[in-house]
Each structure stands twice: as structure tokens, then as C-alpha cells.
Design a protein around this ligand. Structure first.
Ligand code: MG
Ligand code: ZN
Length: 364
């Protein structure tokens, strides 16, 4: 009799805790910061962080996954398809921006965020109309149409854009001055490098005609300052926000097979990740994702026969490669990013966490 009762009690307890566990939803993030190191594969991180004496931001993450980066029409993606997949959740053709492989405009995460009154922003070291940021707010067949991409800011689905690319707004074939048009729509237009007293609900801030300077040319702590400025304004005016920060030129150093160029850009990105993580840890409501659209250069670390305690870097290509890239996650919902998955899953996970309160339902 006693045994029977204990058994029933055990059953009851098991049942009870099972229901409890099943009911548990992950905490919904209020802020999502997606940091994209363009062209930043594991070899880039490994080679730069060997012997680095500063703080390694990547080592601060406990949840790590791997993303398969192929596009709809090429095993080796470009940055247009590579960022579009994060923005619309579908693999598309190389070169496409915010459109699916049939060329059809799909609602982006930024557009879905605006429907829920979230703030949105991009902060980059390329032009703000370059492939990676463009994929979050524009819908065009080709990444090369930067003047056309600039016009999409008029739709007001990207609240804050900071980077280079002034000429695509002011020196256009159609003679329009998009800065005046955006200003009339409520955007603050800034172009000086002071970063002082910029308090804006909507902001287009360009600091170069096209791409920004490289770190080696003295860009300094621009990316850090710009990221903090975007965070402050998004927090102040929207509460909930989705911010994409790109280390754009990690890719450009890779295309040149120039390790020192890439290294300086990656270390700059590392300092921004550290600052974002510090703020996220203090805040408790911020999901931080660090990943790449693809690897650039086919970089490897090979034996240095002259000094076996060091290594040599070797590049296999001036283009991109098809190797998986790491995904680092911290904050509410971070656990969802462990494992090996297609790059489309990054969109799925972000969408579920931001707008579906973590209830897992596979999108078709
Ligand atoms: Mg890019
Ligand atoms: Zn590239």
C-alpha cells in the first residue's frame, strides 16, 4: 500500500514538472543586436586572436552555432544574398537585395519590426547603401543599384542609418537631393564627425562619400561611437529595437588577401562586440548575435617551418568560400542558436524570439 502511494506520488510529481517545463517560454528580448562580420570565418577569428593581448569578445559567449552559408543559385554566396537571408528568411540569388529567388519583394525583419513599433537601425563601415545594410531595408534586383537603394530609406522602415555613402543621396543621376527629402520626412541629417549632441528619432548620418576609411587609414573608434549613438537613440525613442552593426571591411581585407588590413578591421569589430556585450549584460533584455554572411579569402593557418611556435596565413582565393561560419549568441533566447543549421534558420530564430514569444513553429 505504502509502495503504491509513493509510486502514484512520483507519477504525479513527474507529470507536474513535465507540464511546467513544457509551459516554460524563453524570455522575449526587448533589444536585438545582430553584429555581422562580413567575410569573418573561424580562420579569421582564430588567426587574429592567437596571441592577442586585449579582451577576446568571442570567448565571452557560451552559446555557439554554425551556419551553412550557401545561396539559392551558388554554393558560395555573396553579401547581397548572404544578408537578404537574415532579413527575409529565404535563400536568394547572389547579388539580390531583399527579394527572393523569383525577384519578388518579401517583407523584411525591419518591416515586421516597424509593424510592432520597434525601432530599427544599421551601423556600418561601408556605405549605408552597400549590400549588407541594404538587404535590411531595400528591395532591388541588384546590389549595384546604390542610388535606387538609397531611395528605400524614404519608406521609413530603417530609423537610423550610420556609415558612408553620401554621394548616393546628393550626387545622383536623377538630380534629386534625398537628404532634403528625408529631412522633410522627419529625418535628422548629419555629416560631421563630432558625434556630439545627436538626439534623433530618425537619423541618416553619413561620414564619407562612399565607403568609410580603413582602420589602417585612421578610422579610429568610429564604429564604437556610432553603435553606441544608435543604441541610445533607439532605446530612447522606441524601447524595443533591432540594430544591425556590420564590420564591413573584414571582407575587403579578405578580398585583397591582406591579412593586416583584415586583422585591424576584425580587432575594431572585437571592441564593438565587447561594448555591446557589456551593455547587454547590464541591461538583461538584449539578445546579441554575432555571425558572418560568409567567409572571405579561404584563409587558413599553416605551419611556419622557420618558427614552429607561430603560423603562416594562406589564402585560397580572392573571393568568398563556402565553409560554415560561426554564430555566437548571448541574452534572452540565445540557446536557440546552438547547433548546425542553414543561414535561413537565423531569420527563423530571430523572428520567433522577437514576435512569437519563443513558441517554436517551423515557417514554410
Ligand atoms: Mg558587407
Ligand atoms: Zn566580399
Amino acid at each position: 500500500m505504502k509502495v503504491k502511494f509513493s509510486f502514484l506520488l512520483l507519477l504525479f510529481v513527474c507529470q507536474f514538472s513535465f507540464v511546467n517545463a513544457g509551459d516554460k517560454k524563453p524570455k522575449k528580448p526587448k533589444h536585438v543586436i545582430l553584429l555581422i562580420g562580413d567575410g569573418m570565418g573561424l580562420a579569421q577569428i582564430s588567426a587574429v586572436m592567437v596571441g592577442y593581448e586585449g579582451r577576446n569578445a568571442f570567448a565571452r559567449f557560451e552559446v555557439i552555432g554554425l551556419s551553412k552559408t550557401s545561396s539559392a543559385d551558388n554554393y558560395v554566396t555573396d553579401s547581397g544574398a548572404g544578408a537578404t537571408v537574415f532579413s527575409i528568411g529565404k535563400k536568394t540569388k547572389n547579388g539580390a537585395i531583399g527579394v527572393d529567388s523569383a525577384g519578388k519583394e518579401n517583407l523584411s525583419l525591419f518591416e515586421k519590426a516597424k509593424m510592432q513599433n520597434w525601432g530599427t537601425g544599421v551601423v556600418v563601415t561601408s556605405s549605408i547603401t552597400h549590400a549588407t545594410p541594404a538587404a535590411f531595408y531595400a528591395h532591388v534586383a541588384s546590389r549595384k543599384s546604390e542610388e535606387e537603394i538609397a531611395e528605400f530609406l524614404i519608406r521609413r522602415n530603417c530609423d537610423i542609418a550610420i556609415g558612408g555613402g553620401k554621394k548616393f543621396f546628393t550626387q545622383r543621376k536623377d538630380q534629386r537631393n534625398l537628404f532634403s527629402e528625408l529631412n522633410e520626412l522627419g529625418f535628422t541629417i548629419a555629416a560631421d564627425s563630432s558625434f556630439l549632441n545627436i538626439d534623433a528619432k530618425k537619423l541618416v548620418y553619413t561620414l564619407a562619400e562612399n565607403g568609410m576609411k580603413t582602420m589602417e587609414q585612421g578610422r579610429g573608434d568610429y564604429l564604437l561611437k556610432a553603435s553606441l549613438l544608435a543604441q541610445q537613440n533607439l532605446e530612447k525613442y522606441y524601447g524595443n529595437y533591432f540594430l544591425m552593426i556590420e564590420g564591413s571591411q573584414i571582407d575587403w581585407g579578405g578580398h585583397e588577401n591582406n591579412f593586416q588590413y583584415m586583422r585591424a578591421e576584425l580587432l575594431d569589430f572585437n571592441s564593438v562586440i565587447n561594448a555591446v556585450l557589456d551593455a547587454a549584460k547590464a541591461d538583461g533584455n538584449t539578445l546579441v548575435i554575432v555571425t558572418a554572411d560568409h567567409e572571405t579569402g579561404g584563409l587558413s593557418m599553416i605551419e611556419n617551418k622557420e618558427n614552429i611556435n607561430t603560423y603562416l596565413v594562406n589564402y585560397a582565393t580572392k573571393g568568398h568560400s563556402g565553409i560554415m561560419v560561426p554564430v555566437f549568441a548571448y541574452g534572452p533566447g540565445a540557446e536557440a542558436f546552438a547547433g548546425i543549421y542553414e543561414n535561413t534558420a537565423i531569420y527563423d530564430k530571430l523572428y520567433q524570439l522577437m514576435f512569437n514569444n519563443g513558441i517554436t513553429k517551423r515557417r514554410k
